[in-house]
Ligand binder design. Structure first.
Ligand code: GUN
Length: 281
């Protein structure tokens, strides 16, 4: 039976430390660290994520500024808000919750956030710094949280075969870069990958970020592997990961639950990015 990686508990510890740093910032500067959170439209999952992020801000003595825009808002209005927040001295981080409505080009919108305030690390400058291994950029929250979870096992990443299933800009690509920076041998798989099972079976570290419920089954997992489940799939049986937890837990060495694994770590890392950003000004 695998050891369960308790993301909720690890995130709680990180938030305790952040609350101390944020309070110290306020004592020194006379103002609170501020995070602007923009949500467009009525996507129910986004509403839950944003609520969690705002609650976590309160807990860490970070001021959250919440902007809820109508589904029909045009890109120019959204960009105008971003430009205003870019100039606001009390705003240290800006986050645009994804996905945006189909009529808005996410890449165009994200590129308007000043890279110094890009709490999500999605701007091309920050993604580029990660790619080049340059210090000082903001690293995307979920990938950063995944690395923390892997490190919490105490198992060295160096030299291990890490297999990432999924190639999104938010998770798959940046987590592959971080694993590479930590000296793993990295394979990125996706929907066109042939013989997927042969590849996942050789993974010492398996990161599942495909968005398909119970996609990774026990027969695809090497005994003793570290299995990180990034999935958040809403099914008729409730919230469900990309990993078939009940069978995989008997094969893996370590496994993250859904919920309570990667999700809370993403929120903690968002706050970490915001506090780091405020301190570096
Ligand atoms: N949608 C799904 N994950 C994320 C995330 O980490 N940040 C933002 N802004 N939107 C998301």
């Amino acid at each position: 039976m695998a050891e369960i990686l308790d993301g909720k508990a690890i995130a709680e510890k990180i938030k305790q430390d952040l609350a101390i740093r944020a309070t110290e910032f306020e004592r020194k500067t006379g103002r609170k660290i501020g995070l602007a959170v923009i949500r467009v439209g009525a996507d129910p999952a986004s509403a839950v994520y944003v609520r969690n992020k705002i609650k976590a801000c309160e807990r860490c003595n970070i001021r959250s500024l919440s902007y809820e825009l109508d589904e029909s808002v045009n890109a120019d209005a959204l960009i105008a808000l971003i430009h205003k927040l870019n100039k606001e001295p009390d705003v240290d981080g800006i986050l645009v919750q994804l996905p945006l409505p189909k009529h808005i080009d996410e890449r165009v919108v994200l590129s308007e956030i000043t890279p110094d305030k890009d709490a999500d690390g999605f701007h091309a400058v920050n993604a580029g710094k990660l790619f080049l291994g340059e210090k000082g950029g903001t690293v995307a929250c979920t990938p950063r949280g995944i690395i923390e979870l892997i490190k919490s096992t105490g198992v060295p990443i160096s030299g291990k075969h890490a297999v990432v299933v999924g190639r999104s800009n938010i998770v798959g690509k940046p987590v592959a870069m971080l694993l590479l920076q930590n000296d793993a041998t990295v394979t990125v798989c996706h929907s066109r990958t042939q013989n997927l099972k042969d590849i996942t079976l050789s993974a010492d570290i398996l990161v599942a970020a495909v968005g398909k419920s119970n996609f990774i089954t026990a027969d695809m997992v090497k005994r003793g592997a570290i299995v990180i489940d990034v999935g958040m799939n809403r099914t008729e049986n409730g919230l469900c990961g990309d990993v078939d937890f009940y069978s995989v837990k008997d094969v893996a060495g370590y496994i993250t639950p859904v919920p309570g694994g990667v999700g809370p770590m993403t929120v903690a890392m968002l706050l970490c990015n915001t506090v780091d950003g405020a301190m570096h000004e």
